[in-house]
Design a protein around this ligand. Structure first.
Ligand SMILES: Cc1cc2nc3c(=O)[nH]c(=O)nc-3n(C[C@H](O)[C@H](O)[C@H](O)COP(=O)(O)OP(=O)(O)OC[C@H]3O[C@@H](n4cnc5c(N)ncnc54)[C@H](O)[C@@H]3O)c2cc1C
Ligand SMILES: *[C@@H]1O[C@H](CO)[C@@H](O)[C@H](O)[C@H]1NC(C)=O
Ligand SMILES: *[C@@H]1O[C@H](CO)[C@@H](O)[C@H](O)[C@H]1NC(C)=O
Ligand SMILES: *[C@@H]1O[C@H](CO)[C@@H](O)[C@H](O)[C@H]1NC(C)=O
Ligand SMILES: *[C@@H]1O[C@H](CO)[C@@H](O)[C@H](O)[C@H]1NC(C)=O
Ligand SMILES: *[C@@H]1O[C@H](CO)[C@@H](O)[C@H](O)[C@H]1NC(C)=O
Ligand SMILES: *[C@@H]1O[C@H](CO)[C@@H](O)[C@H](O)[C@H]1NC(C)=O
Length: 527
């Protein structure tokens, strides 16, 4: 990546910045009628609020450091025409653009870049229009999941959206990379539940599903939308849910039989015929009591789209070892279950889901793989031993698949991890107690994470080893001099057929490769 032309552009970009930022601002002002309000939407490093605004938009604190390249200009448009104008003025004045909705990108693609760039921040584009009669909602890209779920719950308790569980993840990034959550086994991915979308294309035109065509509509629902344009809003398909769902939490340490339990969990939950059942799990090490001996604790968080009376016979038959009893089952509305999965009591006022600063910010590095065959107990014991080498900063999150996912072919959307996938295994380390991700302790944690990845190799999908693009990871490789180079990361995220289709669509809709980043869909003819 650090080739000659790259360094050249980097040097050049610094001399461009000062010259163009005023031209950019004049361009925006001349094309929009209300210059007074426009000046409130544009922030340059001269504004005292510039750095605090940028910092508040970065959701992974790992990137909050001096060495992270910042935008030349931040623009916070409030309507579609402002997005259009911002984009065209950026392009005409030699800037790249970065598009930020929720700011959770694992590699910071939405808020950092080595070339001079305008950050288009969609924080003010967050309207949500729920239509119960047609079971759909138009949602602007910058709206976050907590706000969407809250808006739905204000109108009905019997519709929901199959999105993710973290309240501050935005619709745009989630759907753009696929989108998995508690309703995955019943209604598949978020991208499978999009009816229409409005985007700004590379020429600045606003297109909807009909005018963009089915190929581009396919690509933005899992192929990372920022490769193809700026999504303004999505028309989401809302799905029926029961008025009350059942939620339970079980946790077990190794001493309490966690190994056998996890071994069975791997095949029971993804394979159960009842699509109403979903149990995610989280695994971490801890000290036993106040001793210096470590154990593993696995927390199983279950949600059933139905009553306790229906859940208990199912678990008694298929997974009695989990020990779920009526006493630990709690019936609640879907919006309350969202609170529980966000780590809050179900009785918390649901308005908290509209408060973005109420959700903590992470500082972590994550790697993901997909598992297609249950990891044998010998393998689990190796993973436990690896965790015993860790300083308690590591963890694993398991997102089960199955059910409805197998109703879609691997090419139905860019998200290819369908039939035969048991679960997503996401391992991560946090940088708690560290001032950055490059302190000696942080580097040790990263090295541990890499060694865990290596240890997992025989147990996860192979040829290619699959990973979830919403957990994007530059360690897989970057750049795309030719297909061989690009396939190293591209086929991990999308498998061959989908990656090749994304490349064909990219060549049609963005032949100059304007929407470009280190793991961007390549345009070979332009290189
Ligand atoms: C704590 C945490 C929990 C998570 N939980 C889940 C989960 O339950 N399920 C799940 O599937 N994923 C989950 N993720 C992953 C998450 O879906 C991705 O990180 C997603 O890309 C974040 O979207 P964002 O809009 O918040 O982030 P951003 O950083 O704003 O955007 C991410 C990517 O989308 C692009 N983008 C943003 N807005 C637009 C737009 N309007 N048009 C075009 N491109 C755009 C950005 O340029 C960037 O490439 C989680 C991530 C974190 C950090
Ligand atoms: C222009 O912006 C100002 C300040 O934001 C606002 O008060 C005014 O209503 C706007 N006028 C128009 C025509 O949009
Ligand atoms: C940012 O600075 C410019 C130039 O000094 C000024 O015109 C503009 O009003 C400032 N914007 C904000 C939001 O303070
Ligand atoms: C695990 O469960 C026990 C009770 O069974 C509870 O006291 C404890 O807080 C739980 N731990 C976690 C981390 O959830
Ligand atoms: C842990 O330490 C406390 C006091 O330091 C002690 O009272 C308690 O018995 C210890 N528990 C165990 C399990 O050793
Ligand atoms: C939002 O949450 C933050 C952090 O918990 C809190 O300080 C703030 O008061 C909350 N804002 C509202 C409007 O409730
Ligand atoms: C792809 O590019 C790499 C590095 O530039 C080179 O080594 C390799 O031979 C190329 N492969 C093909 C098939 O062109």
């Amino acid at each position: 990546m650090m080739n000659k032309s790259f360094v050249f552009l980097l040097v050049l970009s610094f001399s461009w910045v000062a010259a163009y930022s005023q031209d950019f601002i004049s361009c925006v002002e001349s094309r929009l009628s209300n210059a007074t309000s426009i000046s409130q939407l544009i922030f340059t490093p001269e504004n005292a609020s510039f750095l605090p605004i940028w910092q508040s938009r970065v959701q992974n604190a790992r990137f909050l450091k001096d060495t992270t390249p910042k935008p030349s200009i931040i623009v916070t448009p409030t309507d579609e025409s402002q997005v259009q104008t911002t984009f065209l003025c950026a392009k005409e004045n030699g800037y790249r653009v970065r598009i930020r909705s929720g700011g959770h990108d694992f590699e910071g693609i939405s808020f950092t870049d080595y070339l001079a760039f305008v950050m288009i921040d969609l924080i003010n584009m967050r309207s949500i229009d729920v239509d119960v009669a047609s079971k759909s909602a138009w949602v602007q890209s910058g709206a976050v999941l907590g706000e969407l779920y809250y808006a739905i719950s204000q109108k009905t308790n019997t519709l929901y959206f199959p999105g993710g569980t973290w309240p501050t993840v935005a619709i745009a990034g989630l759907v753009g990379g696929g989108g998995t959550g508690n309703l995955l086994r019943k209604y598949a991915t978020a991208g499978d539940n999009v009816l229409d979308a409005r985007i700004v294309d590379v020429n600045g035109n606003i297109l909807d599903r009909k005018s963009m065509g089915e190929d581009l509509f396919w690509a933005i629902r899992g192929g990372v939308a920022s490769n193809f344009g700026i999504v303004l809003s999505w028309k989401l398909n809302l799905v029926p849910v029961p008025e009350k769902v059942t939620v339970f939490i079980v946790n077990r340490t190794l001493e309490q039989g966690a190994t056998d339990l996890f071994y069975k969990y791997q095949s029971v939950v993804p394979n159960t015929k009842d699509r109403n059942l979903y149990i995610r799990s989280q695994l971490a090490s801890e000290f036993i009591g106040n001793t210096t001996k470590k154990t593993i604790r696995i927390i199983f968080q279950g949600i059933y789209q139905g009553s306790t009376d229906m859940l208990l016979p199912l678990l008694n038959k298929e997974f009695p070892e989990l020990g779920v009893t009526r006493e630990i089952c709690r019936e609640m509305t879907s919006i309350q279950s969202t609170l529980v999965f966000a780590g809050r009591p179900s009785t918390t006022p649901t308005e908290i889901l509209n408060n973005r600063s109420a959700t903590p910010r992470m500082s972590s590095k994550t790697k993901s793989s997909f598992v297609t065959t249950p990891i044998p107990k010998s393998g689990l014991r190796k993973i436990w031993r690896k965790f015993f080498e860790n300083d308690l900063s590591g963890g694993i999150l398991i997102i089960p698949s199955g059910g409805r996912m197998a109703d879609y072919s691997e090419t139905a959307t860019p998200y290819p991890h369908r039939a035969g996938t048991l679960y997503l295994l996401a391992s991560s380390v946090n940088f708690a107690g560290q001032t950055s991700d490059i302190t000696p302790v942080s580097l040790r944690r990263l090295a541990w994470l890499a060694s865990l990845e290596k240890l997992l190799t025989p147990y996860v999908s192979r040829n290619p080893r699959q990973s979830y693009v919403n957990n994007n990871d530059f360690d897989f490789g970057i750049g795309a001099d030719n297909y061989t180079i690009a396939s190293v990361w591209g086929e991990r995220y999308w498998k061959r057929a989908n990656f090749k289709k994304l490349i064909r669509i990219k060549a049609k809709v963005d032949p100059q490769n304007f929407f470009n980043h280190p793991q961007g869909i390549p345009v070979f003819s332009a290189l």
